[in-house]
Design a protein around this ligand. Sequence first.
Ligand code: P6P
Length: 310
Amino acid sequence: MSERDGGGTDADGTGGERADTGRAATIDAIVDVVADSAEDIRSGLVGRRGKSDRENPSGDVQAEADVYADDLLEARLSAIDGVAEYASEERADVVDCGEEATAADTVAVAVDPLDGSSNLEPNNTMGTVFAVYDEPLPAPGTSIVASGWVLYGPITTMAVARGGTVTKFELSGEEPTVVEEDVTIPDDPLVYGFGGRVPDWPDDFAEFARAVESDPSHKLRYGGAMIGDVNQVLTYGGIFAYPALADNPRGKLRLQFEGNPIGHLIETAGGRSSDGSRSLLSVEPNELHDRVPLHVGTAVLIDRLEATLE
Ligand code: P6P
């Protein structure tokens, strides 16, 4: 538990409880805003499939839809009582939302507003990813108190991890509809998806990938948007990885906005995450836009990955 957690109570035992109650209400509001914004983001994709003339802090050319989704979420999330910081894959710096970021009852929200926006061109799935940290950013994944994603598929769905459990929703109606509670990842791996190009992979990851691909019980499922690929792993069991690359040992995906929330949700669902040697949640960030080699999925495959990469 971080020092900001409500677990530390005042002499009369109320301060910590008050902080916990306040933070729970803030997390409720954050989840509601992300869910309520899904339809606005989805409908706002039309006419915004082009590239802007800007790059995000990671050097990716921003789609018009990236900027639109980020501006929409920043305006709505930063206005929530108890949100002290807003950070996004699309912004260089943390946004100060006017509350004390080190207070016991405030949180920081980190989002990937439109994960997989490169899929706008082929009209494939995309998603919105969020993580709620109980300390100022950048922060390790161990300080996440809630995480989740919205998947813009044939149906708009949402997965949320908080309080040690994962819940899946459909967002097509007025109110989110719970479709599955206490979601757990299947123990037997079925699907796999690996980002990057084979020539870009280090030899040890290429060896692991060949072993997974040659197993007749596994099926390739790779859609080019992390959220779509990870949601399939959560549904069927298996592994998604965007590994270290020969020209970039930290890989492509971002720790604060992708690795940590995905690692938190998959681990909450009984799976495992790894940067190649440890849980993603244990990776100490150096700066807000750190990249991280990202591997998540069924424990047996993550164990095999780490044994191969040792
Ligand atoms: P590649 C999308 O741009 C993204 O950040 C992730 O959603 C996805 O997993 C990855 O990049 C895809 O990268 O190199 O396969 O296009």
